[in-house]
Design a protein around this ligand. Structure first.
Ligand SMILES: *Cc1c(COP(=O)(O)O)cnc(C)c1O
Length: 391
């Protein structure tokens, strides 16, 4: 890497990211290549975004074909990829309607607006309240920041929008008491808290929440921004719980690398929005949607089974390994607590040619859904060595 890029970036790009000292310039599949020509096995996928790896040929073809036709049309007109993607998502999930935006935060903003309007229109609540969970992460806009149940993210950005109360994850009595006390119109969860440390919600808890929402008319909103699109071994993570939300949101892996977010609405809320209630200039962009179709249509049962097997392989290898304390997650979304600080593990992995992420105090792995087994084996061996170093 040249010192120019680090210095120029530091000087001119807003100082919001702590970057690792490598410049990625190229890649193919689960191999990322830096500006020195060094290769890395990619277990981070640009934070669970590049679902079929870097420069995946099918995705590139879908995107470039669409680019050669029309790159943007505004939502004043129809475009084929937008309609087709919405149809695919609804048909596979039994949901009713999709609103497209450009990011996870934007998808969640939409879900919050749906819940508020449903609260007013259908439940007759003034100033509707939404329950979200402690340690959650829903985005960086003011609304989604308010939904995020972590003081750390709130402290410098007051005043935040009102109308959110926080409940402890996996404590059904406390969560329902808070929902009832606040007369909440919706409960918003991630089935696996990604940024919060790859914490998997318990089966009984999620089922009980879904049961309560079903009976009471409260909406169940599930944030599938990180967990969606095959990541956990099911198309959406809620499918691991045998429940169905009223609204789910997704983004990250849906686009395979281009910005897209989707707020997917079930029957109860399908008609909450009318014309001009919500909108987005870039939402439903034909290039992003064409790429997403090529991703979404390849997430079939064969792939999902392979995701589960690869996830189990990682767990089996890391369970009880030297320097590794515990493992959490589902499918190819895995977190593990190490004796050494997670950041040190990630840095040492970079030196050894493996890219991984942190999530709070854990190391997080979110490889491409189709990572070749031999690359995964190689990467896991390196991780084990790095975790055992100096012990
Ligand atoms: C990443 C993430 C978001 C925010 O998505 P952006 O695309 O960065 O706005 C929201 N919710 C969850 C669960 C996420 O992992």
């Amino acid at each position: 890497m040249t010192t120019w890029i680090a210095e120029t970036d530091k000087k001119y790009v807003a100082n919001t990211y702590g970057r690792f000292p490598i410049e990625l310039v190229d890649g193919h599949g689960s191999i990322a290549i830096d500006s020195d020509g060094k290769e890395y096995i990619d277990l981070g996928s640009g934070i669970a975004v590049t679902s079929f790896g870097i420069s995946d040929p099918d995705w590139v073809k879908a995107v470039t074909e669409q680019l050669g036709k029309i790159q943007h049309a505004s939502n004043l007109y129809y475009t084929q990829p937008c309609a087709e993607l919405a149809k695919l998502i609804c048909e596979r999930t039994g949901m009713s309607k999709v609103f497209f935006g450009n990011s996870g935060a934007e998808a969640n903003e939409c879900a919050i607006k749906v819940a508020r309007k449903y609260g007013e229109d259908v439940l007759g609540r003034k100033n509707p309240v939404i329950v979200s969970l402690e340690n959650s992460f829903h985005g960086r806009t003011l609304g989604t920041l308010a939904a995020t149940g972590q003081d750390f993210f709130h402290k410098d950005f007051q005043p935040l929008p009102e109308g959110f109360v926080y409940a402890p994850a996996n404590d059904i009595d406390a969560t329902l008491a808070i929902a009832k006390d606040s007369d909440a119109v919706a409960i918003m969860i991630e089935c696996i808290q990604g940024e919060g440390g790859v914490n998997v919600l318990e089966q009984a808890y999620v089922r009980a929440l879904a049961g309560y929402c079903e009976e009471s008319g409260t909406l169940l909103l599930i944030d599938e921004v990180q967990t969606g699109n095959g990541r956990t071994g099911e198309l959406y993570s809620y499918m691991n719980y045998g429940i169905k939300p009223d609204v789910f949101t997704t983004a990250k892996g849906l686009g395979g690398g281009l910005p897209i977010g989707a707020c997917v609405m079930g029957e109860r809320v399908a008609d909450v929005f009318g014309p001009s209630d919500h909108g987005s200039t870039f939402g439903g962009n034909p290039v992003a949607c064409a790429g997403a179709i090529s991703i979404f249509s390849r997430i079939d049962d064969t792939l999902l089974d392979a995701i589960k097997l690869k996830g189990e392989y990682i767990r089996r290898k890391l369970e009880g390994a030297k320097g590794i304390q515990s493992i959490s997650g589902m499918g190819l979304m895995i977190g593990f607590l190490t004796d050494r600080p997670a950041k040190d593990i990630v840095n040492d992995c970079i030196a050894e040619g493996v890219l991984c992420l942190t999530a709070k105090s854990k190391v997080r792995l979110v490889p491409a859904l189709n990572i070749p087994m031999e690359k995964l084996e190689e990467a896991v061996e390196i991780i084990k060595e790095v975790c055992a170093k100096g012990l």
